[in-house]
Design a protein around this ligand. Structure first.
Ligand code: TYD
Ligand code: MG
Length: 409
């Protein structure tokens, strides 16, 4: 997209890399919302485009309005609403305490009109809600279609580059893919963040899928309240119950999310079934890895779940994609299968196909966070450590054959 803004003035000349310096880090603007700045990688970069995706109703408009309001305390901000009327946005802003004098609202669906307003407006941040309801006049196809969505994102990216201001785009993601979603524009923009939710607890997670200016491992945690999204800067306690390890099938996992460690509880329920195809239901972890763990537990740990339904989930709706969560999931499964509570303990380590348990990276940070919550029993991977040793270390003693009868619920 850089070429697009330089095309008219002819070919560009190379510059010395050292002359460019670290300008980005100097000119980033903090939004003032810590959990947002964390995921942005330390604030918004001038001339960059951030796409915030999520399912309808998860809270994208709420989040971007709060960001716009926070930024407008120090900069002029334009909030373009292409879905709701200006009055509806005003109404919401009133409830959120987001009605700031530096924040302008423009109800507009035409990209060209937005460009004219931004060119004459002196704005330092532009928010467009949403990319699927905007249209570019001379492009065919309905709003929300692939052509319109792509062209809208391209034009707004060009606007961001040309004016040197950050632009935040909102994009809907639907499970059935009925709208041309953020996937269509991911390659055009600098950062793609997803807002995900746990409907039961009102928790919301903002996580990076792509970020040219920061780490995608960061997760911002919020709670949806009557007054909008409230930051949760220290969420570990939320995910770990008081009665940890009292019931069979629960193990704490210290997850590394960027520079922060979050304690999460991994739960498993293993229940006997006579169905020919036992169920496997996995939430918050990779189903493929859980299937692999079941095979490793059977083959190398004498824990047989073949005639059982298996449910595994991460409490609180967080998605964990670290292999280091393997051991915690495996121990939770074994604990439930054998009906044996493990007490307050945590586990970390990657389980390999040969039944070996490798150490987790960042072990010191993880142990530190566990210690903060008084969990000092940690089963972890290590050189030459096997899954059967890890089971023993957790106090689980499967006796070949016997548990098949003993643990049926
Ligand atoms: P919204 O931001 O409109 O979601 P999206 O733009 O992703 O479609 O908000 C979604 C829900 O959040 C809506 O059903 C009402 C709820 N909500 C609150 O609980 N508290 C609030 O302060 C606001 C503004 C919304
Ligand atoms: Mg919305």
């Amino acid at each position: 997209m850089l070429e697009a803004s330089q095309g008219a003035s002819g070919p560009t000349a190379p510059v010395r890399l050292v002359d460019l310096g670290a300008t980005n880090s100097l000119t980033r603007s903090l939004t003032g919302i810590g959990e947002v700045d964390r995921v942005f990688g330390g604030g918004l970069v001038p001339g960059s485009v951030v796409l915030i995706g999520g399912e309808p109703g998860v809270g994208k408009s709420t989040l971007v309005l709060q960001v716009a309001a926070a930024m407008s305390r120090s900069h002029r901000v334009l909030y373009v609403t292409a879905e709701e009327s200006a009055a509806q946005v005003g109404d919401r802003a009133g409830r959120l305490g987001a009605a700031e004098p530096g924040l302008d609202v423009l109800a507009e669906v035409d990209v060209g009109s937005v460009e004219r307003v931004v060119d004459g407006g002196g704005y330092r941040l532009v928010v467009v809600d949403s990319v699927q309801t905007m249209r570019v006049g001379d492009v065919a196809g309905p709003p929300g279609g692939v052509t319109q969505v792509r062209e809208t994102a391209a034009r707004l990216t060009e606007l961001a580059r040309r004016r040197g201001i950050p632009v935040i785009l909102v994009g809907h993601v639907t499970k059935d893919g009925s709208l041309a979603g953020p996937k269509v524009v991911e390659h055009l923009v600098d950062a793609v963040l997803y807002l995900e939710g746990d409907p039961d607890r009102g928790l919301r997670y903002l996580r990076g899928l792509k970020n040219r200016y920061g780490s995608v491992a960061q997760v911002g945690v919020f709670e949806m309240t009557g007054a909008g999204l409230v930051e949760i800067p220290d969420p570990s306690g939320l995910f770990v119950g008081d009665a940890i390890g009292v019931m069979p099938g629960t193990v704490v996992f210290p997850a590394l999310c960027g520079r922060r460690t979050l304690l999460v509880e991994i739960q498993a329920l293993v229940a006997g079934t006579s169905a020919p195809q036992p169920r496997r239901s996995v939430t918050g972890l990779s189903p493929r890895r859980v299937h692999q763990l079941l095979a490793v537990l059977h083959r190398h740990g004498s824990v047989d779940c073949r005639s059982c339904d298996v449910f595994v989930s991460v409490v609180g709706g967080l998605v964990i994609d670290e292999p280091a969560a393997d051991l915690a999931a495996a121990l939770a499964i074994a604990s439930s299968r054998l009906g044996k509570p493990l007490g307050p303990m945590a586990a970390m380590g990657e389980v390999g196909l040969a039944g070996e348990v490798r150490p987790a990276g960042g072990a010191d940070a993880r142990r530190e966070e566990l210690a903060r919550f008084g969990i000092d029993r940690v089963v972890s991977g290590g050189r030459g450590r096997s899954i059967s040793e890890a089971l023993l270390a957790a106090g689980i003693r499967p006796e070949r054959g016997r548990h098949l009868r003993a643990a049926g619920p």
